[in-house]
Ligand binder design. Structure first.
Ligand code: GLA
Length: 404
């Protein structure tokens, strides 16, 4: 009898643990890095493009710099089959998704796909509403590693329910899939989605412009500075496994080198996912140098996973700090204006306490060596006041390493 009770208890526990909702842990201990088709190609994607992008990720060195996800965005979809399983567009993906995923995997990369919690995606393709478990199964069968889950056509849907439903569907399908939530920050996912997704969009879409808003009736897309400003107050909600996502990068899509450098720097300071959005098959040397600057990537990928913060604003300049491992700090002067500006860095005046990292800078008692991460020069230490000139729409980025 005792044995029987033990057996029943064990069975019950086993079943319950299987039912317990959870996301796959360990998939995003540092901010995810990769490439996504939307910013450059929008709906114009097919298997040839994706294969040549996979090749380019390897040949350019992007994969080895850390960009391992190759993500298809909207418009890969065809129809559902007679049983309701989603199929790729047969004209654009004639070899099928499994073959494409195999190809991407053969290059040492991971593959991502896109769907939407509503009845239709933003591009009007079939959404996952009512097919969540089936879609997750299909993605798992194809070998998908990453799902971006959008929020169009969801007027009557509750976001907490919808995103947890897809998380559970992914879990039930059994393949570890990184879950990227794209509901544009509308329901403040940073307050509820830590155990739901690995990252959540905090804003509407990025617009390929440094400082402007692309206003439409009922919605808007935002430039780099506008998106940056919308990250205020969110840093305490991000960390290893659950990141604020200020949207994908526009680096290499036509802004100036200064603007691209500033954009990449600020996304690194924010511990944002670094998802490229340019045509990596044709990059200038400047774009490559920005996207593959290992020391800047290291700021983004720092193991502490603490998002940086704006410490002060002065005459169009902003001073930002990001706490790093080993008591280091990343330090940025951002010039929001279009004119070059000079600034005197008086370190002792920048003494501060960061209540997220629970750490003081202590410039009065600590000495930090200064490494300029863009010029790759060592520039002395923090015992001396420092003059910098920052070009318009550009940054100075330092790593401050505490001298032991
Ligand atoms: C929404 C998302 C974008 C992109 C498009 C695709 O606007 O926020 O990132 O995925 O849909 O249609």
């Amino acid at each position: 009898m005792k044995k029987l009770t033990a057996l029943i208890t064990l069975l019950l526990l086993f079943t319950l643990s299987g039912l317990r909702a959870q996301k796959f842990e360990g998939l995003a201990e540092t901010p995810p890095m990769g490439w996504n088709s939307w910013n450059k190609f929008a709906c114009n994607i097919d298997e040839n493009l994706i294969r040549t992008i996979a090749d380019a990720m390897v040949e350019t060195g992007l994969r080895d710099a850390g960009y391992i996800y190759l993500n298809l965005d909207d418009c890969w979809h065809g129809e559902r089959d007679s049983l309701g399983f989603i199929q790729p567009d047969p004209a654009k993906f004639p070899s099928g998704m499994k073959a494409l995923a195999d190809y991407v995997h053969s290059k040492g990369l991971k593959i991502g796909i896109y769907s939407d919690a509503g009845r239709k995606t933003c591009g009007g393709r079939p959404g996952s509403f009512g097919h969540e478990y089936q879609d997750a199964l299909q993605y798992a069968k194809w070998g998908i590693d990453y799902l971006k889950y959008d929020w169009c056509e969801t007027e009557d849907i509750n976001p907490v329910g919808a995103y947890n439903l897809m998380r559970d569907a992914i879990h039930a399908a059994g393949r570890p899939i990184l879950f990227s939530m794209c509901e544009w920050g509308t329901s403040k996912p940073w307050l509820w989605a830590k155990d739901t997704g690995h990252m959540w969009r905090t804003t509407g879409d990025i617009y390929n412009c440094f400082d402007c808003i692309d206003q439409h009736p009922g919605w808007a897309a935002f430039g780099v500075l506008q998106i940056l400003d919308m990250q205020n107050g969110l840093r305490q909600y991000a960390g290893p496994g659950h990141w604020n996502d200020p949207d994908m990068l526009e680096v290499g899509n036509g802004q100036s080198v200064n603007q691209d450098r500033a954009h990449f720097t600020m996304w690194s300071m924010l511990a944002a996912p670094l998802i490229l959005g340019n045509d990596i098959r044709n990059m200038t040397q400047e774009t490559k140098d920005i996207l593959m600057n290992a020391e800047v990537i290291a700021v983004n990928q720092d193991k502490l996973g603490i998002q940086g913060f704006r410490h002060l604003v002065e005459d169009g300049l902003e001073i930002w700090f990001k706490p790093l491992e080993n008591d280091d700090w990343a330090f940025t002067v951002l010039n929001r204006t279009t004119e070059p500006k000079s600034y005197t860095i008086n370190w002792e005046k920048l003494d501060l306490y960061d209540d997220v990292a629970k750490r003081f800078t202590n410039f009065d008692s600590n000495v930090y060596s200064i490494r300029n991460l863009w010029t790759k020069q060592n520039e002395g230490d923090t015992r001396k006041v420092k003059e910098v000139t920052v070009p318009g729409h550009d940054v100075v980025l330092y790593r401050l390493s505490k001298k032991k």
